[in-house]
Design a protein around this ligand. Structure first.
Ligand SMILES: *[C@@H]1O[C@H](CO)[C@@H](O)[C@H](O)[C@H]1NC(C)=O
Ligand SMILES: *[C@@H]1O[C@H](CO)[C@@H](O)[C@H](O)[C@H]1NC(C)=O
Length: 391
């Protein structure tokens, strides 16, 4: 009896001293199978040597099995479980975070599984809050004579992959990607994010990789939408997700009136020898409200390989290019001339697209049989503005 009293007193003092219980949605709730338990989960806070860390109150065994570290008491039988990274985790939460930093040197793999939370999930949006892997490097492919850029050290790969999401590496801070899934094939139940990392013990010159990826599962209206609309949780998602859905085929989709889009791995702070990976081919969509008549593109950086450096950039000279339908350059005397659809210029000239229909551009970097200029930064970083007035 005395012992129990002491224990209760201890827990109370622990609450006051170290733990702060707040009834918020638990970001890790999806990890725990038991629904009743899930509801009771709460966030907790622990003061550690390196500052305040946030975790979840879970039973000791769950914490150990899921690779967390337990910190003190959290209620009678639970512990405040802290995750330094989310390697090896599975989630079916509407919004989840896949993240890692301070990985130990020997870690060479980190996978994350997104379990589709209901049969109507048709797209997953990944927002790279932070994404820093070693950049693509020049390599000599086995059956080609020219060098190509590849994610040779670190690499993130997405499975299944429709519409050509390239291997991702380098700096992709603030970029995003849409993963399209089709559950009516009866096989797809989830998506895997696969990270392969270079062993820093053998490559000590590489900086430590780190990333924080926000994962949002998006619903398409499905077969039993009418039934689902009765359930408040579902109807809210269906209505809120709809404007975020990307057009089929686009792996990036911009819904704001203006913003920036850039090639994967583009790092503004690096001046040379950096590139997107070769053998890419993907589409970028822009949301077209009904009063929009075109897009203005203002390149901040634009340099893609071309064949004829003597002045005239016609679409035939581009080795890699951005394809822009109904393309016009602002400067009528531009050496790039008007009415070419493939752009690879390395002058930061303003151009526009007055295309009817869905607004998109696509990036093609397929050709590999040319010599790469090894000291040149390759890629693009372009400001776009949707236009309400067109000629
Ligand atoms: C999904 O797959 C089903 C069955 O294979 C097919 O009928 C349907 O058109 C597909 N939907 C999309 C959007 O690709
Ligand atoms: C390079 O490849 C393209 C098509 O992939 C081909 O049309 C072209 O002739 C090739 N050029 C050289 C120099 O081999």
């Amino acid at each position: 009896m005395y012992f129990v009293l002491c224990l209760i007193l201890f827990i109370n003092s622990a609450r006051a001293g170290f733990f702060d219980f707040t009834e918020v949605d638990d970001p890790l709730s999806s990890l725990w199978q038991n629904e009743k338990l899930e509801k009771k989960l709460s966030e907790c806070r622990v003061l550690t040597k390196s500052g305040i860390k946030y975790g979840s109150c879970v039973p000791y065994s769950s914490c150990m099995l899921s690779g967390g570290s337990s910190n003190g008491f959290c209620g009678l039988l639970q512990t405040c479980c802290i995750y330094e990274n989310t390697c090896g985790k599975t989630t079916d939460a509407k919004v989840a975070y896949f993240e890692a930093s301070d990985l130990t040197n020997g870690v060479t793999n980190c996978n994350y599984v997104i379990k589709l939370r209901n049969p109507n999930i048709c797209q997953i949006r990944l927002d790279f809050v932070k994404f820093n892997l070693a950049p693509a490097t020049l390599v000599l492919p086995q059956y080609a004579t020219d060098k190509v850029y590849k994610c040779n050290n670190d690499r993130m790969r997405i499975l299944p992959n429709f519409y050509n999401i390239p291997d991702l590496c380098g700096n992709n801070d603030k970029q995003h990607v849409y993963i399209h899934v089709n559950q009516s094939d009866g096989v797809t139940k989830g998506v895997q994010l696969e990270l392969t990392l270079s062993d820093r013990n053998y490559n000590p010159t590489l900086f430590a990789p780190s990333w924080k990826i926000k994962i949002t599962q998006l619903q398409c209206p499905g077969e039993d939408t009418r039934k689902q609309l009765i359930k408040p949780d579902y109807s809210k998602d269906i209505i809120e997700d709809y404007p975020l859905l990307a057009p089929l085929g686009a792996i990036q989709y911009f819904t704001e009136k203006s913003g920036y889009f850039k090639s994967f791995g583009f790092d503004g702070s690096v001046t040379n020898q950096i590139s997107y990976t070769y053998e890419q081919s993907y589409a970028i969509g822009f949301k077209r409200e009904i009063n929009v008549c075109g897009i203005k593109f203002t390149p901040e950086y634009f340099s893609l390989p071309y064949e004829n450096p003597t002045g005239f950039y016609s679409d035939r000279n581009c080795k890699h290019y951005l394809y822009v339908p109904e393309l016009y350059f602002d400067n009528p005397l531009s050496t790039s001339n008007s009415l070419v659809a493939k752009v690879c210029l390395n002058e930061p000239e303003v151009f526009r697209s007055y295309a009817p229909g869905p607004l998109y551009v696509h990036f093609i970097a397929k050709m590999t049989n040319f010599t790469t200029e090894e000291d040149k930064k390759q890629g693009f970083n372009i400001k776009y503005e949707l236009l309400n007035k067109c000629p």
